[in-house]
Design a protein around this ligand. Structure first.
Ligand SMILES: CC(C)(COP(=O)(O)OP(=O)(O)OC[C@H]1O[C@@H](n2cnc3c(N)ncnc32)[C@H](O)[C@@H]1OP(=O)(O)O)[C@@H](O)C(=O)NCCC(=O)NCCS
Length: 295
């Protein structure tokens, strides 16, 4: 088993590894973003491959203090590839001064907000290697966006008309609406400006906004992380404008967008589940364990 740098020239083989290995996450569809893309506070990650002879059988990516992904072909498991990739990822993280390593949940460029709790095998495998499971349980929820009478262009238009009647302008963001990114940075900070900038770069632009007197009051985005999967988020309403239907109007606008390409929309790392259930109806819930390697 040989562990070495994985390059973009091997993206096709790496994508095949992710497709075969990741039963719970659609990792193959976002292979380039996870293996080679930047994060908000991390540069290009270190991508690793495990080769059995000429065959790529495993991949991993480590960015700062996040293990973005680690996967081994099912038919190549239990032969040390996973352990060797993990050991190299940990060694690299220590070498660059990371205080710890956490699995999957790099804000702004995450495959998932943790390890899917159905993947007990991986959780136990990491625990045997000194990783600790945190108490926090993170959740995603999925909304049906096709064939759902609550997610229609007509309903989105009604919700938009309601907030327009309150004096708000609601519209799709412009391609180069940098002012929105800066306004979100000033109000919310964190990884959201990075994800917003990514969603602005999607075509069509994956961001809807609400303004009043030229000041941003709310935004909602999709495809800012995991581009191409139709994931919803981030979304934020400025405190003074909450409780007036802006979040609902912008969520519906995004869900109508997502329905063009997808049956369902995954809402990641959710806060208020009842909000999503009320607007569109939750059809599936996912839970994630936060796994950390401290040293
Ligand atoms: C988790 C995962 C990466 C492990 O990959 P792997 O290549 O099977 O890992 P290893 O071979 O190093 O370890 C598996 C077991 O085989 C054992 N093993 C390693 N080499 C062996 C050998 N030559 N003979 C017998 N057993 C061996 C290891 O000791 C380990 O035992 P343990 O589970 O009791 O600790 C793999 O299951 C996977 O890709 N899962 C799906 C993706 C995923 O969940 N990723 C984790 C999220 S970050």
């Amino acid at each position: 088993m040989r562990i070495a740098e994985l390059t973009q020239a091997e993206l096709t083989a790496a994508t095949a590894v992710l497709a075969a290995a990741c039963a719970y996450d659609r990792a193959a569809e976002v292979a380039a973003e996870k293996l080679f893309g930047p994060g908000p506070t991390t540069p290009i990650p270190r991508a690793l491959g495990a080769w059995d002879g000429e065959r790529l059988v495993g991949v991993a990516a480590v960015a700062g203090r996040w293990l973005r992904v680690l996967a081994v072909m099912p038919d190549a498991r239990v032969r040390g590839a996973g352990s060797a990739l993990l050991a190299e990822a940990e060694r690299h993280a220590r070498a660059v001064g990371a205080p710890r390593l956490r699995a999957l949940d790099e804000p702004g460029n995450y495959l998932a907000p943790g390890i899917d709790t159905r993947n007990g095998e991986a959780i136990a495998w990491l625990a045997r290697r000194g990783w600790q499971r945190g108490d926090e349980v993170r959740a995603n929820c999925l909304l049906a966006v096709r064939g759902n009478p609550r997610v229609t262009a007509a309903r989105a238009a009604t919700a938009a008309a309601r907030v327009r009647a309150l004096g708000y302008e609601v519209r799709r963001a412009e391609v180069d609406e940098v002012a929105l990114v800066e306004a979100a940075r000033a109000e919310f900070g964190g990884a959201w400006p990075f994800e917003l900038a990514r969603a602005l770069a999607a075509r069509p632009v994956g961001v809807h906004v609400a303004l009043r007197e030229d000041a941003y009051c709310a935004f909602a985005a999709h495809d800012g992380n995991n581009r191409g999967l139709g994931w919803f988020g981030p979304t934020g309403t400025w405190p003074a404008h909450r409780g007036q239907g802006l979040g609902e109007a912008l969520l519906l606008a995004c869900l109508v967008d997502v329905a063009v390409e997808h049956e369902r929309c995954e809402v990641a790392w959710i806060g208020p589940r009842p909000f999503y259930d009320k607007v569109a109806g939750v059809v599936e819930d996912r839970e994630f364990a936060v796994m950390t390697r401290n040293w």
